[in-house]
Design a protein. Structure first.
Length: 904
């Protein structure tokens, strides 16, 4: 019986003769003692190797989850998904999309200019649904507009660009909503593309300063009409990997982060003002693959209530596919199943809870069991047998009629009975009915979008005689919020480093007992969720905890009026009055633990287009609703930096080796250095072996003859540990360089293995060697017999074999002989050259992936970090490519040398 759910659960990929992946086999185990369940996904390709159909394990024998039809040039013409319906496009000769159709009956036609820039989009015979205009060569060159987009018109209104930077970034823009006034914004950028200053549509100004690596250091704000600048971010410090380690906010709260030096994972997160009690003190614990298994909140005051110890700590368990299966924590009350914004709970009713999660073979969350004293319940989902569309369901209810609950594109039609959802032709949520009335207008929330981004929201409520409304206009760095009572609030959005900063400035209608121009600082967790709101004096405005999938577990407030203006919650996203979170590309329903529409990006996160972050919400977050982007963005960039570092070290070593191979005196000189290091290494091994052997002999003396064998084994193990430790320390110095280049030094397998290696650990080395000499295995018995026989036969040195020492010198002698006799020949050079050629191609691919990751990082609001990482990458790429070119040059010179020598 195994004690781990991960025992013998590899992920297997079946490759056909063309190198195409045709099967994926995963082994699912939910509980350690259970047998595994085999899950198989499959793909089908055409003769050209293009992916035609894909099945997940749940629909393996049914209709494919996704099917694609291609044109002769290889571009997709039609994509058909069981979750999102079909889309058909007609490309032009250059691949531009001329027309497209979808299953809902929409039809678009796009017209391009001679430079293949879109100028007009028509929809089902409606002309000019969208228009785009560009500046020609007559435009004033002082504004850098030539060839740039100068204006666009869509259903939301117009957007014009008056000026551009040299890098093509808009400096001044004006947005005009339908039947509304113009809103003008302007920005200034640094030479590397970071925002230096911004003036929003309310004429509020903000300035940002960066360190030499392009990482954000300070942020200042000046509200319209105020003569003074106010620091909202006083300082920020980063480590060599670009991770933030310290920042001081404008309210003098000092936040610090620590990371595990072995893997860069977040270890602790703390916030405190001066010598006052800590405001935030979180500690993270992980399993070996990086899943969070425990989160301890050390600021939580433990209480005893209803025969329970409530300590605020949270624990998490996963199955072998790394899906969350169990979570525990505390809450104020059972989570509401009624959509809407959360209400403050009762802190006197705070008890422990445990949630259990069940999934089907298609990664659909089908059951959530909430266990809590006096308030346990189970919520189940019914999943469409032919897709991944799902709705809330209870045992005994009739089977859902999915064509009535979803449209053909997979857009949910109602949050609950009476709360209908309306979608536009682009599958964007257009309206939500909050209250459905038979004898009067409904309470509703409306939305408008521009180029996929929400720019306007209106919430209407009705009484028998009055209509009340709230409006929000979303602009760069500013939200303008108005009410029917004359209130106009400017919410100024500031880059606050880690955690959001917002300033509330009332232009009119300021509520009583609420301070104007108040700056609110949010202390976020690792997912960006707002857990604590502080004012300028670091006093708590609100405090909120969340269940793993985003619903509010507990909520405390300082003032009822103040918390009415909190809109940013889980994962740093805005929650609407409907209870839906707006992520950008789509909306998320935390009480369903699912998206309410299919992923517009397709299968980038798998074939289930409704699942939330792979059902691993503690370790992944979704920046815009299109794909999960964990801290994995940073991890992938760090892996690329690590790979460049390893390649650079290997190339430096090869340069040294090749440069010194053509002269006999250099070979003798280098062998002398290596000989000295080998002697030191063997002497150190002898000392540790003797000590370990004596201790083992003493400890096992009562066992008689076994004592001698135990002593020799202990001595050999200690010698191995010492040797490996010295090799680890010397491998990056010329003392530790082999005399000859290795034929596999630049193989991708070797480089990737070294780039991902963990720091030397004596404990892990001991565990590995104990396994090596384990008497319970045949291999262990053999190794024990060898070292025991050699050690007992050696009378001169009891616990370390002369043979072992002799072998070390013998290996070195062989290397010297090979170098002097030119055993390293043209075939070896050809292998190195082939490996370097493949490596250069691989590095080009990795550079492209890194550029994509940097763009996503920048678009997610981390411009400074992206710029700093870009600088580090470019420097590393320059050094690495230079060394690779030098190695290639030396291999050519070595080839010429060998040819001349052979000819002579």
């Amino acid at each position: 019986m195994t004690t781990s759910v991960h025992w013998r659960t590899p992920n297997l990929t079946v490759i056909d003769s063309r190198g195409l992946s045709i099967r994926q086999v995963a082994y699912l185990r939910k509980v350690a003692a259970d047998p595994v369940e085999t899950l198989i996904g499959r793909q089908r390709y055409d003769v050209a190797g293009r992916l035609l159909e894909q099945w997940d394990p749940r629909l393996f024998g049914v209709v494919p989850n996704m099917a694609t039809v291609y044109r002769l040039s290889g571009e997709p013409l039609k994509v058909d998904s069981v979750d999102a319906g079909w889309r058909l496009s007609l490309p032009g000769l250059s691949g531009e999309e001329l027309q497209r159709w979808d299953q809902r009956g929409s039809h678009w036609r796009t017209t391009y200019d001679r430079q293949l820039r879109p100028i007009v989009v028509e929809e089902i015979d409606t002309p000019n649904v969208e228009t785009f205009s560009y500046a020609d060569d007559s435009a004033d060159p002082a504004f850098n507009r030539r060839g740039q987009l100068t204006g666009q018109l869509d259903r939301s209104g117009t957007l014009s660009f008056d000026s551009y930077s040299l890098l093509g970034q808009p400096l001044r823009e004006t947005r005009t909503l339908v039947e509304g006034p113009p809103y003008r914004s302007s920005r200034m950028y640094s030479p590397i593309g970071t925002v230096l200053s911004q003036t929003d549509a309310g004429e509020h100004q903000q300035q940002s300063r960066y360190d030499i690596a392009g990482q954000l250091k300070q942020v200042e704000l000046r509200i319209k009409g105020s003569p003074n600048w106010q620091l909202v971010l006083k300082d920020a410090q980063y480590n060599a990997a670009g991770q933030i380690i310290e920042q001081r906010a404008g309210n003098d709260v000092l936040s610090t982060w620590t990371y595990d030096p072995a893997d860069g994972r977040l270890a602790t997160q703390q916030a405190q003002k001066n010598a006052e009690p800590a405001l935030q003190d979180l500690e993270y614990f992980y399993d070996r693959v990086g899943n969070i298994t425990r989160l301890e909140d050390h600021t939580f005051q433990p209480i005893y209530f209803a025969n329970q110890l409530v300590d605020g700590h949270r624990d998490f368990t996963y199955d072998s596919l790394y899906r969350l299966t169990r979570a525990s924590g505390c809450d104020d009350a059972p989570p509401s199943d009624i959509p809407g914004r959360p209400l403050p709970g009762d802190p006197n009713n705070r008890l422990n809870y445990t949630q259990h999660y069940e999934y089907d073979a298609g990664n659909n969350l089908i059951e959530l069991r909430h266990v809590r004293a006096g308030a346990s319940h189970t919520r189940a989902m019914f999943i469409d047998p032919g897709s991944n569309r799902g709705v809330r369901w209870k045992e005994g209810d009739p089977a859902p009629v999915f064509p009535a609950l979803f449209d053909v594109h997979g857009n949910l039609q109602a949050l609950q009975p009476g709360k209908t959802l309306t979608w536009n032709s682009l599958d964007q949520l257009e309206a939500v009915t909050l209250v459905n009335r038979d004898n009067g207008p409904n309470d509703q929330e409306y939305y408008r979008y521009s180029q996929g981004v929400r720019v306007y929201k209106r919430h209407e409520t009705h009484t028998s005689s009055l209509t009340h409304f709230q409006e929000v206009i979303y602009l760069p760095g500013l939200e303008i919020r108005t009410r029917d009572n004359g209130e106009e609030l400017h919410v100024i959005i500031l880059p606050g480093g880690h955690g959001s900063v917002r300033c509330l400035h009332w232009v009119s209608g300021q509520p009583a007992n609420v301070a104007n121009d108040q700056v609110r600082y949010s202390l976020d967790d690792h997912l960006g969720s707002s857990t604590l709101e502080l004012d300028q004096q670091a006093q708590v405005i609100s405090q909120e905890g969340y269940y793993p999938f985003g619903a509010t577990a507990w909520y405390a407030r300082g003032s009822e009026l103040d918390v009415d203006y909190k809109t940013i919650r889980y994962s740093g996203k805005e929650m609407d009055d409907s209870g839906l979170y707006y992520y950008g590309a789509r909306y998320y329903a935390p009480w369903l633990q699912r998206w309410v529409s299919a992923d517009p990006a397709g299968d980038v996160d798998g074939l289930n287009l409704f699942g939330f972050v792979g059902n691993n919400p503690l370790n992944y977050f979704d920046e815009n609703g299109a794909e999960r982007s964990p801290a994995e963005l940073r991890a992938s960039l760090n892996e690329y930096v690590s790979l460049l570092s390893v390649v650079s070290q290997r190339a430096d070593r090869a340069i040294y080796q090749l440069y010194n191979m053509t002269r006999t005196r250099d070979i003798y000189k280098r062998s002398g250095l290596k000989l000295g290091f080998t002697a030191v290494s063997l002497s150190a091994q002898a000392v540790t072996a003797t000590t370990a052997g004596m201790l083992a002999a003493t400890a096992t003396a009562p066992l008689g003859p076994v004592a001698a064998v135990a002593a020799v084994v202990a001595g050999a193990a200690a010698a191995d540990i010492t040797s490996n430790a010295l090799d680890e320390a010397a491998k990056n110095t010329r003392f530790g360089y082999p005399l000859l280049p290795g034929s596999g030094d630049f193989s991708l397998e070797s480089l990737n293995k070294t780039a991902n290696i963990t720091p030397f650990s004596a404990l892990e080395e001991v565990q590995e060697l104990v396994s090596k000499y384990d008497p319970r295995t045949a291999e262990g018995i053999k190794e024990t017999a060898i070292v025991a026989g050699v050690g007992l036969a050696d009378k001169g040195f009891k616990y370390a074999s002369h043979l072992e020492k002799a072998l070390g010198f013998l290996r070195l002698g062989i290397q010297v002989t090979e170098a002097l006799n030119d055993s390293f020949g043209q075939r070896d050079l050809d292998v190195i050259r082939d490996e370097l050629t493949a490596l250069l191609s691989h590095l080009d691919e990795q550079e492209d992936l890194a550029n994509v990751a940097l763009t996503e990082l920048e678009n997610s609001g981390h411009e400074g970090e992206a710029a700093g990482t870009l600088k580090v990458l470019r420097e590393a790429e320059l050094v690495t490519s230079g060394r690779i070119i030098r190695v290639l040059d030396l291999t050519d010179r070595m080839s010429q040398y060998l040819m001349k020598k052979n000819a002579a």
